[in-house]
Each structure stands twice: as C-alpha cells, then as structure tokens.
Design a protein around this ligand. Sequence first.
Ligand SMILES: Nc1ncnc2c1ncn2[C@@H]1O[C@H](COP(=O)(O)OP(=O)(O)OP(=O)(O)O)[C@@H](O)[C@H]1O
Ligand SMILES: [Mg+2]
Length: 479
Amino acid sequence: MTTTPEIRTVRAPSVLRGRDTHLDAVEAGLIAARSAQGQVLLIEGGSGTGKTRLLREANDRARRAGAHTQTGQAFDGQQVLPFAPLLTAVLNGEPPIAGPDELGTLGTHTDLPHRVVRDLRTALESAAARTPVVVLLDDLQWADNGTIMAVRALTADLRHTGVLWMLATRGDTTPAVRELWNHLAGEGACRLGLPPLTLEMTAQLVADAAGAPAHPGLLALADQARGNPFLILELVRGLSEEDRLRIQDGLATAIGSRLPDRLTGNINQRLGRLSAPARRMVRMAAVLPQRFTAAQLAAVLRCRPSELVEPLEESVEADLVRGDGERLQFQHELLRQAVRESLPASLRCALEREVSDVLVDSGSPPAETTRLMRPEQTGDPSDIADAAADVEQISCLLHGRSEPEGCPPDGRAAFGWSSLTDTEHRVIRLIASGITNRQAARQLSLSPHTVNTHLRHVFAKLDINSRVQLANLAHDFPD
Ligand SMILES: Nc1ncnc2c1ncn2[C@@H]1O[C@H](COP(=O)(O)OP(=O)(O)OP(=O)(O)O)[C@@H](O)[C@H]1O
Ligand SMILES: [Mg+2]
C-alpha cells in the first residue's frame, strides 16, 4: 500500500557505524591500562572519515569505564603555540590532572621543553597510579614540534603506567608526524586506518540520519560519497535542504537522481542562499584563524558584535558555522576550505592581510606568551594573535588568575575608546597634536603605511571620519 510521502528532517546519527575493530582496540587499551600497560593507538584518515567522531566515542566509553580522559586538539594556524594540545588536554581534562601547582613555573624557565615533558610525565604518572588515564589528541597534522617531541618522549616514558594514548592525524600529514607515527608503530603502537564505509554501513548511516531504511535509489546516490561518513551525511542533509528527502512506504527516498548542490562542492550556491550580511560574514570568517571569536569577527567586519547576531544565527542554521566554547568555527574544515577557495586568490590575500592587521592590533602577545613561545617559532601575525589568546588562557590557569592581565585580546571591546590599543593611543596623541602621518611614523619608528592602518582602525572604532573629530575626542579623553 502506498502512503502519503512524509518529508524528513535529518538527525545527527548517535551510533558510530563500521568502526567495531577500532572500538575493540579501545576496549583492549582500557583493559591494558587497568593493569598498568600503556598503549598507543594511532588513528589516521582523510578529512571526514571520522577521526574526531571516533575519539569522541572513545572518550565517552573511557569515561563510562571510569577512566580519566584528557582531550586536546591541534589547530591550523596555532603551530606557533608550543605544547598547546597537550597543555590544554591536561589542564582542561575531566578531571584536570595538572593545574597551577604542578605546572605553575612553566612560563619562567628557559629550558621549557625539558620542563614541560618532566611536569607532564609526573602529572600523568601520578594520575594513572590511581585511575587509568586516556589522552586523546586530535588533528596532530597541525601540531607544533614541541607537542610531537613531547608525545614521543612521554609515550616511551609512560609505557608501564595506565595511560592509553589515542592520537589522530589526517592522512596527508606533515613529515614530522609521519616520522612520529613510524617510530611509535615500530615501538608497538597499534595503527588504525579509517577505511571507507562499506555499502552496508553506508545504508546504516543513511538510515540513522534519515530516520528510515534507505530506498535503493537513495542508497545508489549515497554510494557516490564513496564511504566517506561526512559526505554521506552531507548528501542526506543536502537532499533534505532541497526538499528532496521523503519517507515513502517506510523507506527514505530521494526525489530525483541529481546529487544535492551541497555535495557537488558548489559552495557559492550555498552562500548564495544566505542574506548579504551573513554571506559577507561567512567569507570573512573563512580568512580568520580556524577558531575565532565573535569579537575578532566584529573587528574585521568593522561592526558591533550585536550586529552579528542575525548573520551568525543564519549561518548556524545553514550548517556552516558552529559555536565551540567561547569561539566559533566552521561546521567542518572542508567547508572552511571550500569557502576560502571560493574567493579569488588576490582577494583572499588582501583579506588575509587586513585580518592580520586587525588581529595584531587587537592584542599583541603578552610578555608571558613570548616567554612560552620558543624564539625560532615565528609565524603569521594573525596566528600569533590568535595563539596569544590561548596562551594567555593557559597562563592565567598556570598563575591562578581568572582574568588575563592587561588588555585581554578577546575581552577587549570592538568599539569605543576602551577598544583602542596602546599603539593606537600613541598614534592618536601625535596626530591630535597636529603633526602629519609621516612625522608620527618617524617618531614612533613605524612605517607611514602602518600609521595609516592604525588610523583607519581608530576611525572605524571611534566611528569618526576626520582628524578634527579625532583631536576633539583626544581632548575629551586625556591619558
Ligand atoms: N563511523 C561513523 N558513523 C557515524 N557517523 C560518523 C562516522 N564517522 C564520522 N561520522 C560523522 O561524519 C562527520 C565527519 O566526521 P569527523 O568530523 O569525525 O571527520 P574527521 O575525520 O575528524 O574529519 P577532519 O579531518 O576534517 O577533522 C561527523 O558528523 C561525524 O559525526
Ligand atoms: Mg576532525
């Protein structure tokens, strides 16, 4: 009997499909950890194959089994921040296994790598003596060299303790991570690839997302995602978005045989469905560091954070952007890349330069940060500004402060007098005294171009457009 077709909304599947051997390895690792045998699981796969999802599942299982889990992630653009994934893991673990007392002297020593490894080893060892500990580190293709070195040392040192390591990287990883993988595999680590889901598993995943078993026609479409879970889910979401997913006779059915736009990589069509402000916001977000704050986004868009509420809501609803604690990020790295690539290269470069100016302006690395960063680790200024926010957070934890000292890069207002940086204040004083930009540049040992950029930012932040207005404001706000 044919029933009236029902339109389906798509659900985020709660079941992990086709990764039974991986989960068996996790269970075995947990059992070994209980008898003080540390193990290392190396997870490797392309984008969207389910590394993060597997780590999340392992994290849940480990916690249910009574283990303490410490999760960290490396981020694109944060390689300037040494040990960030590891430090975040131990400081923010559930429960944290180290805090200011154990790591409090970190920022004040020159032999930093040695001390980090020593302090982490002590913290992990003593935590694992009581309860098995699972350390899960994601996206190591973006890890800094300090993290890679520390992982190598710690996995060796803690072999006879109850620490289970789960390390994940993209397949097209860096030579340093490749070398780490080979070394750890040689030492007995278990390598777990993430092969494409079989047709049967694909059918299960489609059914999970659509809420009903897949019709053969839908399954044939889903098979074009070649077993990549992200793409399979994108296909189902795309069909639903285009109003082409129905439940007919109890089966999830695709209307038509065309792949949804969402899957054909045509990000421009997807952006085209957004309002102009949301589209502009998403494009700008794609040239920001991988994780960004609403304040940073507002600063580069030269608007008030409150003006972002609707564009943000729209882009969250369009599954493009999501909240990640205090920060925002694209729903998936593949989307961020697609949006970046949709921008003409010359425009992207210009936007990146602009973003980097704004980010550096909105918070230069504090003194503690510079001490944490090794001298050879220099990078793009926007990366440093972004990394600075994280280091500052770590520094605060290390020193028992709840708020960063001085001007917090993230907490700074995007507009008004209080949003101005020290350099901008110095520029204002000189310009308000009546001298030219070139003369101000000489006095501040900056290039005229930099002074111009500072002035542009000042005008935008103070919502003014003349030097006379600036002089008046400087008079109203003496130092
Ligand atoms: N085996 C699976 N069963 C069900 N859903 C899965 C599975 N693997 C991945 N997913 C889902 O597919 C999407 C992509 O997975 P995930 O983000 O974990 O990929 P990834 O390998 O971490 O990608 P990237 O390298 O880009 O970070 C997520 O929505 C995730 O929940
Ligand atoms: Mg991932």
